[in-house]
Design a protein around this ligand. Structure first.
Ligand code: ADP
Ligand code: MG
Length: 418
């Protein structure tokens, strides 16, 4: 079935076609009719399969139709997402598909001034996309009123209902009408979280696509055994071998992101970082540069693992192993999106073996092993070590020259004084 044949407004169809979408993806095909009927949906489908449009299209239609009949003020739909970047990205999808409708949308997230957000909110909007922290603040202050809410969406639902966010979400529920349509979307879900999700809705329709292998089929992924102190050489080597390859590198912590950046710079390589210690402007700048392909290597923490849809990411590197199979699925899911193909490689050091076994078990099948021969391992290591030494020697020489110049200047000055 083509989008043209859907019982949705022509304006939305026009925008869908402008996006270049001809046929719905599996999850869109399955979820859109249920959402149009006003049902509660828990939808689990692999990364990059178009879950965003699966809720954006029917929501826009439902609200557009309502607006033709009645011009009611107040927020009708709330979409929650875990990070600033993802909230902004979802808002972009709403904007691009709502062009020929009467529906308005707005995005709020932390890290920026509240006042312009309050101002826009006071003008009235239909759809609000938000991260939980800022939303909670604005709701508590009375700037966001959710008493007329009809549709609630949790994107990356399992993450939104997990430890870091659940309290904010539960507090928010007190401000939201119990009679509403609730939609959950994610690529992963655990039994515990599923139960929690069900407790928040009346009669959920569960839609699950390819549950057996949670990793999207467009992604070829493997793990290589590389010691912690050698990882930077292997990454550097790959960056030199494939300078055009758009690569997203995941590390465990913000500090490790910055340290890796320095290590790559010592090898004469360029990269940028994105993590929670950077302010919003820097985060957006990094994301833009990577999106546009001006920067080929982005080093990120897990804040970029969920939902982010950057076109043409060729390669994901788990420089450090993630701490769960779910996180693994989301990280490698930044490549191979839509119809694209992607590759992912994880670096596993001896101290991470236990973690790898756990991820293997929870994925349902072990990640393919990429064997590096002793010879290749040594070669990779030594080739880059040399560069690094040269680099250091260069720096040392430069420092020596600077010292000498300085000494010479000092002598000269002393002489002049005399
Ligand atoms: P998910 O949330 O499932 O990880 P996204 O919603 O971010 O995936 O969509 C992944 C990519 O697929 C996006 O770049 C999006 O534009 C594209 N896409 C979505 N729906 C379609 C469709 N029906 N046809 C072609 N491409 C699509
Ligand atoms: Mg998504």
């Amino acid at each position: 079935m083509k989008f043209e044949e859907y019982p949705i407004s022509d304006g939305i169809k026009k925008s869908i076609s402008k996006q270049g979408f001809k046929k719905p993806t599996d999850i869109q095909y399955k979820a859109i009719p249920n959402i149009l009927r006003g049902e509660d949906v828990l939808a689990i489908a692999q990364t990059g399969t178009g879950k965003t449009a699966a809720f954006v299209i029917p929501i826009l239609h439902l609200l557009h139709i309502k607006k033709i009949i009645r011009k009611s003020a107040g927020i009708k739909c709330l979409v929650m997402a875990p990070t600033h970047e993802l909230a902004l990205q979802i808002h972009e999808v709403f904007l691009s598909l709502a062009k020929h409708t009467k529906v308005s949308s707005f995005c709020i997230h932390g890290g920026v001034d509240q006042d312009p957000q309050k101002e826009r909110l006071s003008e009235g909007i239909d759809i609000l996309i938000a991260t939980p922290g800022r939303l909670f603040d604005l709701v508590s202050q009375g700037d966001v009123k959710l008493d007329g809410l009809e549709i609630l969406v949790l994107d990356e639902a399992d993450h939104m209902l997990d430890l870091g966010f659940i309290k904010d979400i539960q507090d928010l529920m007190r401000h939201i009408p119990a009679k509403r349509q609730t939609l959950f979307f994610s690529a992963t879900i655990t039994e515990k979280i599923k139960k929690l999700a069900y407790s928040l809705v009346t009669n959920p329709i569960r839609i699950q696509i390819s549950p057996k292998d949670p990793v999207a089929k467009n992604i070829e992924h493997a793990v290589a055994f590389i010691e912690m102190e050698d990882k930077r050489f292997f990454l550097g080597n790959m960056m030199q071998e494939y300078p055009e390859r758009k690569t997203l590198v995941f590390v465990r912590t913000k500090v490790r992101a910055e340290r890796l950046l320095k290590a790559l710079e010592r090898q004469g390589l360029n990269a940028i970082t994105i993590h929670g210690d950077k302010d919003q402007k820097e985060r957006e700048k990094s994301m833009q540069a990577f999106r546009k392909g001006e920067q080929k290597t982005l080093i990120a923490t897990d804040i970029s693992a969920r939902g982010i849809d950057v076109p043409n990411v060729d390669f994901v590197v788990n420089y450090d192993l993630p701490d769960s199979a779910e996180q693994y699925v989301h990280r490698v899911g930044r490549t191979g999106r839509g119809r694209e193909k992607g590759q992912a490689l994880s670096f596993c050091a001896a101290e991470e073996l236990e973690l790898l076994n756990e991820i293997d078990d929870n994925l349902g099948k072990p990640i393919a092993r990429l064997d590096i021969s002793k010879k290749d391992y040594q070669m990779t290591k030594s080739s880059v070590v040399e560069n690094e030494n040269e680099d250091w020697q260069g720096l040392l020489k430069q420092a020596e020259v600077e010292d000498k110049n300085w000494e010479a200047k000092k002598k000269k000055r002393r002489k002049n004084k005399k």
